[in-house]
Design a protein around this ligand. Structure first.
Ligand code: ADP
Length: 428
């Protein structure tokens, strides 16, 4: 298999370019094995499959594609000597933290990061196989939706620094309880390097006590206490002024744009990682930091504050979004919302809790692309529709200068369609 490492590995046959290796994966809806022929027609050099396929070509039949990718990624990574691996997990803020850390570290080091949200048993190894160029620092997102997912990712790249951002309720439908989610996330410590450092959220008592049991060097960040503490923040002319306590020392700085509490905590986690790496806090470059797109991004247009938080949603990220809306803009507060997915048997409770949070606003539009959001009860509902144009038009006719509008739902809902229609109307 050695020669294969110089090639690009691709899961989606439509993305195959001549010379690539096609990896057939059996997904929930489609089975990649059905696209082997198409991959070769597009010029694939080889295909990796888990079960025999009716095609006569350069086929590698393996026992498990997941194990195969992990082996290849380990081979690509090579010796771990002199390399520092930062593994980031948490229910909310992984991508945000990764992107902030990448910017902070890139000033002085060559840094590898998992691109986009390539953070699963497929995404993480594939990104290493295809894009790792022997960088000395690796910032890796480690996602999970069941026990042993993180153990597996750590078996590819065991962290020197294990970051736990928070334990929320994302994927609770798949895991069962918050306790189960916490134990699954703690695998990032159990399977980190022996002399690893832990960076962990302070304000969750249960999590904090569990983490202390590992007896590792641990840096805590939080609002209520820890080594790096978010003391206060406010918004001035569309920017964020922030005061933190950094190992006892008070530091004030400005950040570009509106950062919500969650995003600020992600910054504090990143700052703690720098400390764990024995690096100084680069206060001068903090105002230059950029947040990843479509995750609570506040835009100004026609005197309105339009919040593009269309990338994803959980109860916790809704909570920080609503709280932040109440702190910006002088006008009314509206939200266009869709379902929070992957909640399983908790779906009804989750949407009821969401409804209570949204009571703080002046008006709520439900985008009913799927039915789950209909379980929400809230006295502020102005309209329900599965038609983006209908919602956008009503909203457009309602808002006035100074109003704040949030667009937010789980990824699968595609609430950006409503935002897109609304922006079209604004541009007319
Ligand atoms: P993930 O990669 O874990 O899915 P993202 O970085 O994409 O998370 O952020 C998703 C959402 O969570 C954004 O809406 C953001 O505002 C919010 N967020 C970021 N960090 C936190 C945090 N520490 N706690 C709560 N919400 C957060």
């Amino acid at each position: 298999m050695k020669g294969l490492l110089s090639r690009r590995f691709v899961l989606d046959s439509r993305g195959i370019r001549p010379g690539d290796v096609f990896v057939a994966v059996k997904g929930k809806r489609v089975d990649g094995h059905e696209f082997v022929r198409e991959a070769f027609e597009r010029g694939a050099y080889a295909a990796v499959v888990e079960k025999p396929v009716k095609y006569n070509g350069n086929i590698y039949l393996v026992k498990s594609v997941v194990d195969f990718l992990a082996d290849l990624a380990r081979e690509k990574l090579g010796s771990l000597e002199g390399k520092r691996i930062i593994g980031i997990t948490g229910s909310n803020g992984k991508t945000t933290t990764k992107e902030i850390l990448y910017q902070l570290l890139s000033f002085t080091e060559s840094v590898f990061k998992t691109p986009g949200n390539m953070n699963t048993e497929y995404g993480l190894p594939l990104s290493l196989i295809n894009e790792y160029r022997n960088e000395s620092i690796l910032v890796l997102e480690m996602a999970m939706n069941k026990r042993e997912d993180i153990k597996h990712l750590c078996s590819i790249a065991p962290p020197d620094i294990a970051v736990i951002l928070n334990v929320g309720t994302s994927h609770i439908g798949l895991l069962g309880s918050r306790g189960d989610i916490m134990e699954a996330k703690l695998e990032i410590i159990s399977y980190s390097k022996e002399n690893s450092t832990v960076v962990c959220f302070h304000d969750d008592d249960e999590l904090r006590e569990r983490v202390k049991e590992f007896n590792k060097r641990t840096l805590f960040f939080g609002r209520e206490g820890g080594d790096v503490v978010l003391e206060d923040w406010w918004y001035v002319n569309g920017d964020t002024v922030c005061i933190i306590r950094y190992f006892g020392e008070k530091i004030a700085f400005k950040l570009s744009g509106i950062w919500n509490e969650g995003q600020l905590l992600s910054l504090l986690a990143s700052i703690s990682v720098l400390k764990a790496l024995d690096k100084e806090l680069p206060v001068r470059i903090l105002p230059e930091l950029k947040l990843p797109e479509n995750r609570f991004h506040v835009m100004r247009s026609n005197g309105l504050y339009i919040i593009n938080d269309t990338y994803n949603a959980s109860l916790e990220s809704f909570d920080v979004a609503v709280k932040t809306m109440l702190r910006i803009g002088e006008g009314k507060k509206y939200a266009v919302v869709g379902s929070i997915k992957e909640q399983g048997m908790f779906s009804k409770e989750t949407h009821e809790r969401l409804g209570k949070k949204l009571e703080a606003l002046d008006g709520v539009y439900l985008y009913t692309a799927d039915d789950e959001i209909n379980q929400m009860k809230c006295s502020k509902i102005l309209m329900r529709s599965d038609n983006p144009k209908v919602i956008a038009e009503d909203l457009f006719n309602r808002v006035v200068e100074g109003d704040v509008i949030l667009f937010k739902a789980s990824r699968a809902v595609g609430i950006e369609k409503v935002l897109g229609k609304f922006m079209e109307l604004l541009r007319r």
